[in-house]
Design a protein around this ligand. Structure first.
Ligand SMILES: Cc1cc2nc3c(=O)[nH]c(=O)nc-3n(C[C@H](O)[C@H](O)[C@H](O)COP(=O)(O)O)c2cc1C
Length: 184
């Protein structure tokens, strides 16, 4: 039984000048030292700008053992481009865990996350109860992209990550023993 895994780190925003880059870069910097964790960046901009890359995106999702979705909140929901990316395939999401890092105004993107839970349930994915939320996100990071309260942010991220890794390993082994498709 191996503890190594690939985490698909998914951008939620495709907006020009998106704050998403700051939050994704922070998550990446925190994952850097995690032993046995490979990270694949999955960006809905690629799919939007080059729809012919859909097979590449599918393969990235297929090869990942777990996902972290970094999502903003737009009008109490999640961005449409993120939904397009999620809808680009079906089976590759099955029996895999999904964690969230959200950001936005007062609610820190939590309403977007709650909606995404419903979407991922339809895809046979398991969402993590624990998440990271940055309320008024633009006031939480300095100009270099570092959180003003790194310990608080890190504590939330690593609680979510420990549980994500538990599910990732458990489900990876379970899928190896018995393909999820047999559970119909
Ligand atoms: C069209 C639009 C709608 C928004 N609606 C909300 C909202 O409902 N709740 C909230 O907390 N923030 C809202 N915001 C603020 C965004 O969450 C914030 O600007 C965030 O940085 C957007 O992410 P991005 O810069 O990565 O695209 C909205 C922003 C935009 C552009």
């Amino acid at each position: 039984m191996s503890d190594s895994m690939t985490i698909g780190l998914i951008y939620g925003s495709v907006r020009q000048g998106r704050f998403c880059d700051t939050v994704v870069n922070w998550v990446l910097s925190e994952l850097w030292a995690e032993s046995g964790v490979r990270v694949t960046l999955i960006d809905p901009r690629v799919l939007r700008d080059q729809p012919e890359t859909v097979d590449l995106v599918k393969r990235q999702i297929d090869e990942a053992d777990a996902f972290i979705v970094v999502t903003p909140e737009y009008n109490h929901g999640y961005p449409g481009a993120l939904k397009d990316l999620i809808d680009s395939c079906y089976e590759p999401w099955h029996a895999k865990p999904v964690g969230f890092v959200s950001y936005g105004g007062l609610s820190g993107g939590l309403r977007a996350v709650e909606q995404l839970r419903l979407v991922f349930a339809e895809l046979h994915a398991v969402t993590m109860r624990d998440s990271v939320a940055f309320a008024n996100a633009w006031s939480q990071f300095d100009a270099a992209g570092n959180p003003f309260k790194p310990d608080t942010a890190r504590t939330s991220l690593f609680l979510m990550l420990r549980r994500l890794k538990w599910w990732a390993n458990t489900l990876k082994n379970a899928r190896d023993i018995r393909p999820y498709e047999q559970a119909a």
